[in-house]
Design a protein around this ligand. Structure first.
Ligand code: FES
Ligand code: FES
Length: 158
């Protein structure tokens, strides 16, 4: 199928890129835009490794057609580090919420969407929010700790 040029707004910058109608956002972000922080785990919507933000909401980029992203604000993990490291990135490191790191960007993007909507979530609310993200390494407790710590860093104690 022929490719057509589209404009994607990713991490605050406009990117003109050639895509096929059936391309998914994950492929275009990684292969066309070379933003490889976003990971392909299952390619089936079950692991959460490919999570990005679209207009502030956490979305699985492996299940999102790239054309659904046109006209939206897309944020990847690379977009969180500017101008300084995001508190979630710091607390995942401090709490031991990341080991091999393959799943980490997905958890962080999911947590970013949660904290933007709910600045002081309970542990139950954090567990519910990350229920679509899988980690083979940490056992999840340190991931919940990291998100709780980030909530305090960003929004202060209750
Ligand atoms: S790669 Fe998208 S959910 Fe696993
Ligand atoms: S840190 Fe290895 S899969 Fe989560």
């Amino acid at each position: 199928m022929a490719r057509k040029l589209i404009n994607l707004n990713v991490n605050g910058s406009a990117h003109e890129t050639a895509v096929r109608e059936y391309d998914v956002l994950l492929d275009v972000i990684r292969e066309n835009l070379n933003l490889t922080g976003v990971k392909r785990g299952c390619d089936m919507g079950t692991c959460g490794c490919c999570t990005v933000l679209i207009d502030g909401r956490a979305k699985l980029s492996c299940l999102t057609l790239v054309l659904e992203g046109v006209g939206k604000e897309i944020t990847t993990i690379e977009g969180l580090k500017s101008p300084v490291i995001h508190p979630l990135q710091r607390t995942f490191a401090e709490a031991g919420g990341s080991q091999c790191g393959f799943c980490t960007q997905g958890f962080i993007m999911t947590a970013k969407a949660l904290l933007d909507e709910n600045p002081r979530p309970s542990r139950d609310e954090i567990e519910e929010a990350i229920s679509g993200n899988m980690c083979r390494c940490t056992g999840y407790i340190k991931i919940v700790d990291a998100i709780e710590m980030a909530a305090v860093k960003i929004n202060g104690k209750q």
